[in-house]
Design a protein around this ligand. Structure first.
Ligand code: PEP
Length: 258
């Protein structure tokens, strides 16, 4: 079973729509200069909602191989939900991926596993791929409870999903203590938890589903550490925050084997 590597850049609340156009064009140029093969690695940018239409316009206009995603989605289809954005609105903008359950959403917006499950379902039902985030805080890691903690999040996030839906989804393991801190989990740390997630999927479903599901690592990934992380058997890509805001750096991350 071949899993195509996925390099996704979560811009968080950075860059207005003009800066977004500039970054996507710069990324495309850097990858084109390096003869990048988009059929071998998927490259995804995940801008704020207000940038998505502009990103769509340049990506489609210049027929770029870059895909784009959204950082969140409403569980509701439409109606009186001030400030929310529906899956159908994102689908109409050509969005391929939706991040659900990022630790910042869990921390600042109280998103629980049940909400993450609902959002992932909404993404799938609308033909988009959820990037389901999980990960432990420092206290849990220090207590050595990181694997059961993450597996409980996975059980909650995937509740009620069919094997086919899981295989279509992407999981991102992001230890919270390594996000935006410069503190990177070792490649062995990343492998330990990504492998445990894959085993869990095989227990919940079957080997085939586990072998098909892409599992990313996220947390202070840079061009200087990405190759060692990607060398691990159960790591299929990276969810990148800070280092995705610079075209040259993110293009090097996307070419992790260059
Ligand atoms: C993230 O927020 O998903 C992330 C991994 O951030 P950073 O790469 O900046 O640690």
């Amino acid at each position: 079973m071949t899993r195509i590597p996925l390099m996704a850049g979560n811009w968080k609340m950075n860059l207005d729509h003009l800066e977004a156009i500039h970054l996507v064009q710069g990324l495309h140029m850097a990858l084109t200069d390096a003869n990048f093969d988009y059929s071998k690695t998927e490259v995804v940018v995940i801008p704020p909602f207000t940038d998505i239409r502009s990103v769509q316009t340049v990506v489609e206009g210049d027929e770029m191989g870059i895909k784009y995603g959204a950082q969140d989605v409403s569980v509701h289809a439409s109606g009186a939900y001030t400030g929310e954005v529906s899956a159908n609105m994102l689908k109409k903008l050509g969005v391929s991926y939706i991040v659900v359950g990022h630790s910042e959403r869990r921390e600042y917006h109280g998103e629980c596993d049940q909400k993450v499950n609902q959002k992932a379902r909404v993404a799938l039902e609308n033909g988009m791929t959820p990037i389901i985030c999980c990960g432990e805080g420092l206290e849990v890691r220090k207590a050595g409870e990181h694997v059961p903690h993450v597996l409980a999040q996975i059980d909650g996030a995937l509740a009620g999903f069919s094997a086919e839906e899981v295989a279509k989804s992407v999981i991102a393991y992001e230890p919270i203590w390594a996000i935006g801190t410069g503190e990177v989990a070792t490649p062995e740390d990343a492998q330990e938890v990504c492998a445990a997630i894959r085993v869990r999927i095989s227990e919940l479903y079957d080997e085939e589903t586990a072998a098909a599901t892409r599992i990313l690592y996220g947390g202070s990934v840079k061009s200087s550490n990405v190759a060692d992380i990607m060398a691990k058997a159960d790591v299929d890509g990276a969810l990148v925050g800070g280092a995705s805001l610079e075209a040259g750096e993110f293009s090097k991350i996307a070419r992790f084997d260059a």
